[in-house]
Design a binder for this molecule. Structure first.
Ligand code: ADP
Ligand code: MG
Length: 605
């Protein structure tokens, strides 16, 4: 790997790179920058999201343009407004020592006159979305007849979005002898045909395998009855208390509806789709970046510009129509060296699509069951316990300590703990205790398939190591197999949470496992394994999928407000939510699809 100096970049750019804290070029930068600097050639580069493509075309373009001229020399087309702004900002950072540089963003939903004014001041580089660009060309507000470099960024996505005509039209106003650089995460037919049409003998660069999804991402699917989709989503969220996720829906309407339901149910969620005003979209993105929103529900198109590094989960509420799109979705997580999980909620009729996706991404999905209510309670409880354990003590309460101590004079520690947790947890338990099992068997024969045999013969364990200790499910499984000297399939249903995890073995192995982990130390700390109270849905009994509606009602409707569970995330703004609760439960008609008064609640902190 070269250093940035060795790539041939000039002092102004190197200084900016130092300021940005980039230490070494990424693979796509390493491959693209030297050739783009040296040659006047076309280029096709295939690289996943998050691999640093902006700098791969940005640095060479900045170095090659003449900042002393006011002529527009570079044009970058990108699919969405968000992405367009992101690229513009990055280029401004990269070029901050290039005196006289003017980079202008052109996109829909903002004043065209303002944008035209900025262009008129002399923009050497224009970053644009195709629609607005075409508009500005036809109104003669821009002149791209002298550009030397054009970039098609996220070309696959632009074509997905139906920009083929616009791109063709725009490029027809550019000189024949310019260089065109095309960047794409995937290479569907349409992209190769556009490459053929607009490019002359392009240099090809591929980073990683074509169409292969990021290796830091593990893929899981959850089979549910189609009508349980929303319930399933909530359970996935509840089973992952620290979730920070993008939830993908197929249509704007579903996106809006799911987000609204989540918000109503007390989750910190927001919607991102094309029917929102720019202003609304900006606000949602801002809250998401600040982590005020934990669950961003989005359409594929709107989510295209999201550049947020620490997304823990991508949830496919519905599978995309195009399998290619799945790669984009799952690439939202597992960025910047972190691990991530891409979850898919599928109904039986869609489950075969999983196979096609596996072929394309060249990775296996793990089939998992939607967590049972009791499992969720355990996760939430342990997560709360961990949080309390790790909380820094505030000395503000010292002055009340005497009187509190007096109150608890006769309460021993165990009892105190129980009381404390009961305050937080009774409602949650009550809610989930009565909830049904959402798991659906994969095969016709409910014992078969990848369900790991008869579940009543399993033991589910709790283990006090998790993601924080560097484990994902594969690593934990390997670790357990190794230390316990077990076979390939002896450990299953491994479920890794932040600071603890669960796994199953057959009951016959229970004694061996528990004996081994008495007093076992790993990396200097005790690794503790206990039998988990719930058995990973195994005891709950799988429901006959033929029966439906009436069961569902009975699990939901008509519970009193008091039964409403709430998680540890109970809002500081509980005043607000209580007001909402009241409004809802006073409403004369119960909601058709879900009863408002009995959902577990989570709120923003
Ligand atoms: P892509 O367009 O391939 O999805 P971006 O160009 O948006 O990726 O880059 C993703 C992130 O990585 C950005 O925040 C960018 O500033 C950062 N980045 C790019 N190149 C480097 C590098 N060489 N070293 C460190 N960070 C980088
Ligand atoms: Mg990009």
């Amino acid at each position: 790997m070269n250093t940035f100096q060795e790539l041939g970049l000039n002092e102004d750019l190197l200084k900016a790179i130092t300021d940005l804290g980039f230490e070494t070029p990424s693979e796509v930068q390493d491959k693209a920058i030297p050739v783009l600097l040296e040659k006047e050639s076309d280029l096709v580069a295939l690289a996943q999201t998050g691999t640093g493509k902006t700098a791969a075309f940005g640095f060479p373009m900045l170095q090659k343009i003449d900042v002393d001229s006011r002529t527009t020399q570079g044009l970058i087309l990108s699919p969405t407004r968000e992405l367009c702004l992101q690229i513009t900002n990055e280029l401004k950072l990269y070029g901050k020592y290039c005196k006289g540089l003017n980079v202008v963003a052109i996109y829909g939903g903002a004043s065209i006159t303002d944008q035209a004014k900025q262009v008129k001041r002399g923009a050497q580089i224009i970053v644009a979305t195709p629609g607005r660009m075409k508009d500005m060309i036809s109104r003669k507000l821009v002149d791209i007849s002298k550009i030397q470099y054009s970039v098609l960024d996220e070309a696959d996505e632009m074509l997905n979005m139906g920009f083929y005509e616009d791109i063709t039209d725009i490029l027809s106003h550019t000189p024949e002898d310019k260089s065109t650089w095309l960047f794409s995460a995937t290479m569907p037919k349409e992209v190769s045909s556009i490459a053929k049409k607009f490019m002359y003998d392009p240099i090809e660069i591929t980073v990683g395998n074509k169409n292969e999804s990021t290796s830091n991402v593990s893929h899981e699917y959850y089979l549910v009855n189609a009508r349980d989709r929303y319930q399933a989503l909530k359970r996935l969220a509840d089973a992952n208390p620290d979730i920070f996720s993008v939830i993908f829906c197929r249509t704007k309407r579903d996106t809006q509806k799911v987000a609204e339901n989540l918000i109503e149910d007390g989750y910190s969620a927001g919607a991102l789709h094309g029917d929102l005003s720019q202003n609304q979209r900006d606000l949602v993105m801002k809250s998401f970046r600040n982590k005020q929103i934990q669950m961003l529900v989005a359409t594929d198109v709107a989510a295209r510009g999201i550049d947020v590094d620490d997304i823990t989960h991508v949830i496919n509420y519905q599978l995309p129509d195009e399998i290619e799109t799945y790669t984009h979705r799952s690439g939202r997580t597992g960025r910047a060296g972190k691990t991530g999980v891409s979850m898919v909620i599928v109904s039986k009729s869609e489950v075969r699509k999983i196979k096609s996706i596996e072929r394309i991404i060249k990775k296996q999905f793990e089939k998992k069951d939607i967590p049972s209510g009791m499992e969720i309670c355990e996760v939430q409880l342990m997560s709360l316990a961990n949080k309390i354990h790790n909380t820094e003590v505030s000395n503000e309460i010292d002055k009340y300590l005497d009187s509190i101590n007096e109150l608890f004079e006769d309460t021993d520690k165990d009892e105190l703990i129980k009381k404390f947790f009961s305050v937080e947890f009774s409602r949650f338990f009550n809610y989930y205790q009565k909830s049904k099992d959402l798991a659906v068997s994969d095969s016709r024969d409910s014992d078969g398939g990848r369900d790991y045999g008869k579940s009543s013969d399993d033991t589910r364990y709790f283990i006090n190591v998790g993601r924080k200790d560097g484990y994902d499910w594969m690593k934990l499984k390997d670790f357990l197999k190794e230390v316990l000297e077990l076979g390939r399939d002896d450990v299953f249903k491994v479920d890794v949470k932040d600071s603890f995890s669960f796994f199953n073995t057959e009951k016959a192995l229970q004694e061996k496992v528990l004996t081994f982990f008495t007093d076992y130390k790993h990396d200097g700390r005790f690794v503790n394994v206990e039998v988990s109270e719930n058995r990973g849905r195994s005891g709950g009994g799988r429901r006959d999928k033929g029966r439906g509606r009436s069961d569902r009602r009975s699990s939901g409707g008509g519970r009193r407000r008091d039964d409403k569970p709430r998680s540890e995330r109970r809002s500081r703004r509980s005043g607000d939510s209580d007001r909402n609760d009241r409004k809802r439960s006073d409403s004369p008609k119960p909601r058709r699809s879900k009863s408002a008064s009995d959902r577990p609640r989570r709120s923003r902190r």
